[in-house]
Design a protein around this ligand. Structure first.
Ligand SMILES: [Zn+2]
Length: 259
């Protein structure tokens, strides 16, 4: 049975509240951005982060190995995207959704209650309402322009599109007549020039690791079935047996040919 609008709203509010509760478990104040989401997640939660060249179409995955919970993040994606995917996988972990593979399209499926909740969780975890309000409140000029979108994007190390959506969901810019032109400018790739004009550079964190330094494995994952798989020491059948999935699902998700 599909959800009613009231049920959807209640679920979104719960996901937001859970993200704020999760942020309170970290040592980063709620009104500040995360310096490195990988470090924060591994220090504060029972979840380790692997950034690797995953199978085609896969953005991330949440796996429960016998002694390890793992967030797998696609190394092919840009750093801003990797950060959001990690926050999304943390959402699945924190909200108790269980293991799953996320493609770009499945993550964006707002009709799936778990995916929609994980996205809501991710947005609030990376850019909590108090942090958005503080940042915008301290700007000399908070006019609803592309510059505001780019400054917010840079402050939280998220994509311009995520920043523009956050401005709306945080209630900073809600007028469609103002949001429409911002959407058009982002779609027209004007954010890049704006970043350059403003001298804004992306956060130098673990999500920024270049492809030649992947896979990124936490110390705890060395010696695990997953590390062995990424190192080529075990095949998909063996990994599948370990994580309770079929080898076809593992092959499809982790795309052996491109690992
Ligand atoms: Zn998901």
């Amino acid at each position: 049975m599909s959800e009613t609008e009231a049920e959807k709203e209640l679920r979104r509010e719960r996901a937001t509240a859970a993200a704020l509760e999760a942020r309170a478990q970290t040592d980063v104040p709620l009104d500040m951005p995360l310096e490195c989401i990988v470090t924060t997640v591994e220090q504060s939660f029972d979840l380790v982060v692997v950034i690797a060249l995953l199978g085609k179409g896969l953005a991330g995955a949440y796996a429960k190995l016998p002694s390890l919970n793992v967030a797998l993040i696609a190394g092919k994606d840009a750093a801003v995207r990797r950060r959001f995917t990690l926050a999304h996988e943390l959402g699945h972990h924190y909200l108790g959704h269980g293991p799953r593979f996320d493609t770009n399209s499945s993550m964006n499926d707002e009709a799936d209650p778990d995916e929609s909740s994980a996205n809501r969780f991710a947005a609030e975890f990376i850019a909590p309402q108090p942090a958005v309000e503080r940042f915008v409140g301290e700007l000399d000029d908070d006019s609803p322009t592309l510059e505001l979108v780019c400054r917010l994007s840079n402050h939280f190390a998220i994509s311009p599109l995520s920043a523009r959506i956050r401005l709306e969901t945080a209630g900073i810019v809600t007028d469609r007549a103002l949001l429409g032109p911002l959407d058009a400018q982002i779609k027209d790739h004007q954010a890049k020039g704006c970043f350059e004009r403003l001298g804004l550079e992306d956060r130098d964190d673990l999500c920024k690791l270049p492809a030649d330094q992947l896979p990124r494995l936490p110390a705890e994952a060395h010696g695990s079935a997953l590390a062995d798989f990424l190192d080529g020491q075990i095949n998909a059948d063996e990994l599948a047996a370990t994580i309770g999935r079929s080898s076809e699902q593992v092959e499809e998700a982790l795309g052996r040919s491109v690992v």
